[in-house]
Design a binder for this molecule. Structure first.
Ligand code: SAM
Length: 280
């Protein structure tokens, strides 16, 4: 992605998370900061276009975002229960966990592109959302800088377990940057873990889903953040061979787990998007 300006895809997904708070009933992922963080400018945009949120693409995308946040925070709880007291959000965007963190002992590290991080901090200040003491911002470009060096310099303890959430980031990376981060997480102490979502390659999708894939790929390209990296589940498993307890969920399993009892259409569609967790 272009380094000098904040991530537009981070704004798009934050708008969709806020839409979930305002337009879905019941709200599955309760997030009292999701709307507030958008402030006056983006909040106005959110309220102006509620009907667009009913389009099938928007509903399915929102379900994916809701599911990945739920899944990440459920796995974070599991990591904390087995002793991890560090949470690293890789490519944090406008993620709000740190500002509603219920775990007093948990140190949170938000990693992001410097321009995106600066913009987030301006939004937080403009909406008077306090920055907690147990949160550390670490500006890093995964393509150009060493994540481990930057994290350790910011007070991260490499010899203590940590949980990593890498939501909505992997498709934008090169394979080299992806592998560098995976190797770093794999080198962490036992009890560490990671959650990330990824997309399947176009050729692995049925023809009607290839059109949806093309449409999303063209939007993010226009936003200056082109997709670069896709995996089949088999390829993802091979990339994560150093980990244990791999759980890789497709739409069907995710819908069964999170959206089964709903009367509204909120659920994931197609086979393109997957969410996984893996443990050291
Ligand atoms: C689609 S947004 C997702 C943001 C957030 N995780 C969420 O779910 O709302 C992609 C994020 O990846 C970050 N990102 C993309 N490429 C990056 C890179 N090379 N280095 C650091 N961050 C990067 C962007 O700044 C942005 O915050």
């Amino acid at each position: 992605m272009e380094g000098a300006r904040p991530s537009r895809t981070a704004l798009r997904v934050a708008l969709r998370r806020a839409s979930h708070q305002l337009f879905d009933n019941p709200v599955l992922f309760v997030d009292p900061i999701a709307v507030r963080i958008l402030g006056a400018t983006y909040g106005e945009e959110l309220r102006r276009t509620p009907r667009r949120e009913d389009r099938p693409f928007s509903v399915a995308m929102r379900a994916h975002l809701v599911a990945r946040s739920l899944y990440a925070e459920e796995n974070l709880r599991r990591a904390i229960e087995s002793g991890a007291l560090q949470y690293v959000l890789l490519g944090a965007g406008l993620d709000t966990f740190a500002y509603r963190n219920p775990y007093a002992q948990l140190s949170v590290f938000e990693i992001d592109h410097p321009a995106t991080q600066l913009w987030k901090r301006e939004l937080l200040a403009a909406s008077s959302i306090p920055v907690p003491e147990n949160l550390t911002y670490v500006p890093v470009d995964f393509e150009r800088q060493s994540l481990s060096e930057r994290l350790v310099a910011a007070g991260f303890q490499r010899d203590r377990p940590a949980f990593f959430a890498w939501l909505g980031v992997v498709p934008y990376l090169t394979l080299t940057a992806f592998r560098g981060t995976v190797a770093f997480i794999a080198s962490m102490p036992a009890g560490s873990g990671v959650v990330f979502d990824y997309g399947q390659p176009r050729a692995a999708l049925p023809p009607r889903e290839q059109l949806a894939h093309d449409s999303l790929a063209s939007r993010v390209r226009l936003a200056g953040e082109p997709f670069q990296l896709f995996f089949t589940p088999e390829e993802a498993a091979a990339e994560l061979s150093a980990f244990r307890d791999l759980e890789d969920l497709g739409a069907e399993e995710i819908n069964r787990r999170y959206f089964a009892d709903r009367r509204d259409p909120l659920k994931m569609q197609g086979e393109g998007g997957r969410i996984l967790s893996a443990w050291v």
